[in-house]
Design a binder for this molecule. Structure first.
Ligand SMILES: O=C(O)/C=C/C(=O)CC(=O)CC(=O)O
Ligand SMILES: [Ca+2]
Ligand SMILES: [Mg+2]
Length: 412
C-alpha cells in the first residue's frame, strides 16, 4: 500500500503501468509520454527529470519511439524504477505534481507506426469467414495450420481510439449482378483484435528472429479494431488478398500494455496439430504451463452503441504472438521499432465470442438486436463500437487495456 492508495483490484494498479501519449488543454497541446496509474496519467519525462534520472530524455519528444528502440533491458529497468518510485513515500514529491487526472487528457497515437501487418490467427474466425466467403471450398486453406497467414496493411491509417471513421467508398458487386457498382460500403464491419507493438534494435536484411528471441522484440500489446468493408473486400480480394476494404482505418487503443505486465496472463495454446515446422515450434512449459510459444488469457468485450454484443477470448487463438513475429522475419525481412502486427480477429467456438459482425450476424442472415430495440447486421452512420479488455495480473490483480472506440461518419 502506498500514498497513492490504489485499490488492489484496480485495472491500472502498479502491476500494469501501460504507456501512452497525452496532451492537456485539448488535442493541440504539447504531446507527452505518460504512464497510466489508477485514474491518473503520470507525465513520465517530467517525473523522471525531477527525480534526476539520466535516461529521462527517452521520454521527451512526445512519442514512445525512442523508448521502443531501447529494448528489453531498458523496458524492464523502467518498469522496476516506476514500481519502486510509485510505492516509495519519499518519491511523492516528484510523482504527485506530475499526475494528471485521466479525464483531463487527450490521448494520441502512442508511437509512429512503422510497418503494419495483420494476421489471421483464429481458427474459428478463419473457418467462419471461409464458410461465408467460400461456401464451395474447404473453410481452412491447406496452408492454414502450417503457417500464420497474414498480409501487409497500411501503417499510415492506423489511428488512435476516439478518431472518427469515415465510411469507405469503392467498388462492390451486388449479389445479383455481374458488374460492379461504385459507392459507399453497405457492409461496414469491425474486427476485434490485439495488436503487438515491436521494439528493440532493428534487425538486418536477410536475418531472421528465432522463436526464442522473439519475446525480446515484443514491447507491448494494444487493443485493435481492423475496420473492414466486407462488400469491397469480397469483390477485390481474389487473388491478392485484403486491400482497400481494410486500408481506410485501423483503430488502436491509447494504452500499450507491456508484455512484462502480461506475464501472469500467459497460457498454453489450445493445441497445434499438425506440429508446425521446427522454426515455429516452441518448447513445452513445465507442469502443463505455458511454453515458449504461449497464448494470452485476455478477455475482450465488443460493445455496439452501448450493447455488449460479444466477448471474445484471446486464449482461443491458434497461433502464438511469438510464432507470428518469427514467421514475419523467416524470409529475412527486417523488423524495426514501431512495427505493429495485429493478431487477426479473435473468435471462439461459442457464437457469443465472435469478433466480427460478419460472423455475429452470419453475413446478415441473423441480425443482432441492440438494447434500444434496433436491429443491426453491419454498421450504420453514427454507430459507435468500443472494444475493452482485461487480463489476469499477479496475485489476483487485473490488467486493464482501456478502451478502443470509434464512431462511423457518413461517406464523403
Ligand atoms: O478469409 C478471407 O478471405 C479474409 C479474412 C479477413 O477478413 C482477413 C483479416 O483481416 C484477418 C483477420 O482479421 O483474422
Ligand atoms: Ca483483421
Ligand atoms: Mg484495417
Amino acid at each position: 500500500m502506498t500514498w497513492l492508495d490504489l485499490p488492489a483490484d484496480h485495472p491500472f494498479g502498479l502491476h500494469n503501468l501501460p504507456y501512452g501519449v497525452f496532451s492537456t488543454g485539448g488535442p493541440d497541446g504539447e504531446r507527452r509520454v505518460g504512464v497510466r496509474v489508477g485514474d491518473h496519467v503520470l507525465d513520465l519525462a517530467a517525473c523522471a527529470e525531477r527525480a534526476g534520472m539520466e535516461s529521462a530524455v527517452v521520454w521527451r519528444g512526445g512519442s514512445l519511439d525512442a523508448f521502443l528502440a531501447e529494448g528489453r533491458p531498458a523496458w524492464t529497468a523502467a518498469r522496476a524504477w516506476l514500481q519502486d518510485h510509485l510505492s516509495d513515500d519519499a518519491a511523492r514529491d516528484c510523482v504527485e505534481p506530475n499526475l494528471v487526472p485521466v479525464g483531463e487528457v487527450t490521448m494520441h497515437l502512442p508511437f509512429t507506426v512503422a510497418d503494419y501487418v495483420d494476421f489471421y490467427a483464429s481458427e474459428h474466425h478463419a473457418t467462419n469467414v471461409g464458410r461465408i466467403f467460400r461456401p464451395d471450398s474447404e473453410p481452412l486453406t491447406p496452408n492454414w495450420k502450417h503457417l500464420p497467414i497474414g498480409y501487409h496493411g497500411r501503417a499510415g491509417t492506423v489511428v488512435v481510439s476516439g478518431t472518427d471513421v469515415v465510411r469507405p467508398t469503392g467498388q462492390r458487386r451486388p449479389p445479383t449482378q455481374e458488374a460492379p457498382v461504385f459507392g459507399p460500403s453497405v457492409r461496414l464491419d469491425i474486427e476485434a483484435e490485439l495488436g503487438f507493438v515491436v521494439g528493440g534494435p532493428a534487425t538486418g536484411l536477410g536475418r531472421r528472429v528465432d522463436l526464442d528471441d522473439a519475446d525480446d522484440h515484443l514491447f507491448g500489446v494494444v487493443l485493435l479494431n481492423d475496420w473492414s468493408a466486407r462488400d469491397l473486400q469480397a469483390w477485390e480480394y481474389v487473388p491478392l488478398g485484403p486491400f482497400l476494404g481494410k486500408s481506410f482505418a485501423t483503430t488502436v487503443g491509447p494504452w500499450v500494455v507491456t508484455t512484462d505486465a502480461l506475464r501472469a496472463a500467459r497460457v498454453p495454446l489450445p493445441g497445434q496439430d499438425p506440429e508446425p515446422l521446427p522454426y515455429l515450434r516452441g518448447r513445452d512449459g513445465a507442469d502443463g504451463g505455458p511454453g515458449t510459444a504461449y497464448g494470452l488469457d485476455v478477455h475482450v468485450e465488443v460493445e455496439w452503441n452501448g450493447t455488449a454484443v460479444s466477448r471474445p477470448e484471446y486464449r482461443d487463438m491458434y497461433w502464438s504472438p511469438v510464432q507470428m513475429l518469427t514467421h514475419l522475419t523467416v524470409n529475412g525481412a527486417t523488423i524495426r521499432p514501431g512495427d505493429l502486427f495485429g493478431s487477426g480477429t479473435i473468435s471462439g467456438a461459442d457464437p457469443g465470442t465472435r469478433g466480427s459482425f460478419l460472423e455475429l450476424s452470419w453475413s446478415g442472415q441473423e441480425p443482432l438486436t441492440l438494447d434500444d430495440g434496433s436491429q443491426r447486421s453491419f454498421l450504420e452512420d453514427g454507430d459507435t463500437v468500443t472494444l475493452r479488455a482485461t487480463a489476469p495480473g499477479p496475485d489476483g490483480s487485473v490488467v486493464g487495456f482501456g478502451e478502443c472506440t470509434g464512431t462511423v461518419r457518413p461517406a464523403v
